[in-house]
Design a protein around this ligand. Structure first.
Ligand code: GCU
Length: 572
């Protein structure tokens, strides 16, 4: 079901009892999910949950215990809870995310399995739940998987565990399972969409109310349990400057879902991106779902506030949330703050495209995140991949994923980030065959860092036959806050001055690209990455942040802010 935060639920967050299972034997012969106890005098059990070993949920397990810092295997979690009055209504256990694999057991019964560390899943427990002594057991395994999404190598910290909210959701016998209430892409004064019940009963009455628009409508379901929404209303459209949201309530036979929804239109026209019919330039920044000061996975409302407020302060109207779907708090807070969002599934660099299961997994993740955020008007772009190398299998997979996204959500734009621009002298030629299937092309280029400038930045020539908007989805370089060049400005000094030059040059180049509709510096803040091993400056951190790991502003921050302020007041 979507929008669990708009429903009645009980949080199962807090301290959970845990068992650390490095050899991952608990799912096999040890059968930890049985939570067995010794019987009789001769019996013994070589594992046990208890108050002595606990971890916080939500929260990655790596940052909670030093011995778990680089742990990538199974941790078993147990939560016991009571549920008074459990006989009226239906009950679901909802997970915001578990990285990477979750096996879930409830009152001794296996509920199911989920693969993918960044999207929600749930299980119904109506027939299993008791008034008292309910036992929920989760195996969270964060081992990297060759045919996984992401694959076995990625440039971020592999935070494992139950990383987002766990909730017990209570509904009536029938409930609103899914809905889409959005602006009609062809008519800025028409709200269209559907409401879908969890059942295929026809003739069910659903009430839709939007108090501010004086909407109190009765919708009737068809034989598939769907009811259409079609309203003609004068609307205040959502924009970054005025992020207007409307309170919405849906009710079916006493089961209520509440939401705050904005209405906007996003499309491409030639090389332009149009928001509500007007060209918009995306002033962006890349954000990893990590609070650097804590060295931990971000998960809460206040974490979302920390990251998005930084982006706002930088002058952004757009963020690229990388390289995986971030938590709902971040999306919703960005929506409240007028920040447009690029969401991405972690089809990242070395994916095993030859493995037939990979496309299905990617599709599953896309379906899960598109369903979760389909009513978030600030989400404008679905990204299906980042820096994948062309091959027959890769091209085919990405083309099919692009078509899948357009089928699942025709009202948004599909994109991907490429790092294989063809360089000929100072010509940068877009040529990847997958680009044809996208609405917007993302390009990651690190001129001045990984690659030299082939010529004067302002003389660079970007060439594209695709007649599509391009976003420079990554650029930048590494520096350590406070590292000022003494005499020679050189890369290996990890100096702020060296990176400042990169930013000045990039900005000079931006002005020369006719089809450029947005830029996104890599990256908002320094972030943890185990393969960044330069022992003086990196120490397990990617140092390309505009902010240090303590949130200190580097020189590049001020350069980017001045550039964005200039774009905002039209002086750039
Ligand atoms: C890549 C990649 C990022 C990575 C960055 C870097 O382009 O997309 O995930 O962190 O470059 O090398 O710093």
């Amino acid at each position: 079901m979507i929008n669990i935060y708009g429903r009645s639920g009980t949080s199962l967050n807090g301290k959970w009892e845990t068992i650390i299972d490095p050899f991952d034997v608990g799912i096999g012969w040890r059968a930890i999910y049985k939570d067995a106890r010794p019987k009789g005098k001769t019996d013994f059990v070589e594992y046990s949950f208890g108050p002595a070993n606990t971890l916080y949920v939500p929260g990655d397990f790596n940052s909670q215990l030093p011995e778990l810092t680089y742990f990538e295997s199974s941790v078993w979690y147990k939560k016991t809870f009571n549920c008074p009055g459990s006989k009226d209504g239906r009950f679901f256990i909802h997970f915001g995310a578990v990285n990477y694999i979750a096996d879930v057991y409830f009152n001794g019964k296996k509920l199911g399995h989920h693969e993918g560390g960044f999207t929600p899943f749930q299980f119904e427990v109506t027939d299993l739940i008791k008034e008292t002594g309910n036992s929920l057991i989760v195996r969270a395994n964060s081992a990297r998987v060759k045919n996984g999404i992401p694959g076995s190598l990625f440039d971020w910290f592999n935070y494992g565990g139950i990383t987002r909210d766990v909730q017990l959701i209570k509904t009536r016998q029938i409930f609103v399972e899914d809905y889409k209430i959005q602006l009609d892409p062809k008519d800025n004064s028409r709200i269209t969409g559907y409401v879908k019940l969890d059942t295929t009963l026809a003739g069910k009455l659903i009430s839709l109310s939007i108090p501010e628009l004086k909407v109190n409508q009765k919708l009737v379901t068809d034989e598939k349990g769907y009811a259409g929404v079609n309203l003609k209303k004068g609307l205040k459209l959502w924009t970054p400057e005025q992020p207007k949201l409307y309170d919405i309530r849906l009710n079916v036979e006493g089961d209520t879902v509440a939401d705050r929804i904005g209405f906007r239109n996003i499309k491409v026209e030639g090389t332009k991106i149009l928001l509500n019919g007007k060209p918009v330039f995306l002033r962006g920044v890349n954000i990893h779902e990590e609070i650097p000061q804590r060295g931990a996975r971000a998960w809460s409302e206040s974490d979302a506030k920390t990251l998005i407020d930084w982006a706002k302060e930088l002058g952004c109207n757009f963020v690229r949330l990388v390289h995986y779907p971030h938590n709902e708090y971040a999306i919703k807070y960005a929506e409240e703050k007028g920040i447009m969002v690029w969401e991405e599934v972690p089809v990242y660099q070395g994916i095993d495209f030859a493995d037939a299961t990979v496309k299905d997994k990617a599709e599953q993740m896309l379906k899960e995140v598109i369903k979760r955020d389909r009513n978030r008007c600030n989400v404008i772009l679905w990204s299906i991949a980042n820096e994948t190398s062309p091959s027959k299998e890769r091209d085919q997979t990405l083309i099919e994923l692009a078509k899948e996204v357009k089928m699942l959500d025709p009202g948004r734009l599909v994109t991907a980030a490429f790092n294989n621009v063809n360089r000929q002298g100072d010509k940068m030629i877009l040529k990847d065959s997958v680009m044809k299937y996208l609405d917007v092309i993302g390009v990651n280029e690190y001129m001045g860092w990984y690659t030299d400038w082939p010529g004067e930045p302002e003389k660079m020539q970007w060439v594209s036959d695709f007649n599509k908007p391009m976003i420079i989805s990554e650029f930048g370089g590494e520096s350590v806050y406070g590292n000022k060049a003494d005499t020679v400005i050189k890369a290996s000094a990890w100096s702020e001055d060296y990176v400042a030059n990169i930013y000045h040059n990039q900005i000079k180049m931006f002005g020369t690209i006719p089809f450029l509709q947005g830029v996104c510096p890599w990256v908002l803040a320094d972030f943890r990455s185990p393969y960044r091993m330069q022992s003086t400056y990196q120490k397990g951190w990617n140092r390309k942040g505009l902010l240090s790991d303590q949130g200190e502003k580097k020189k590049a921050w001020y350069i980017m802010k001045a550039y964005y302020d200039g774009l905002k007041d039209g002086s750039h």
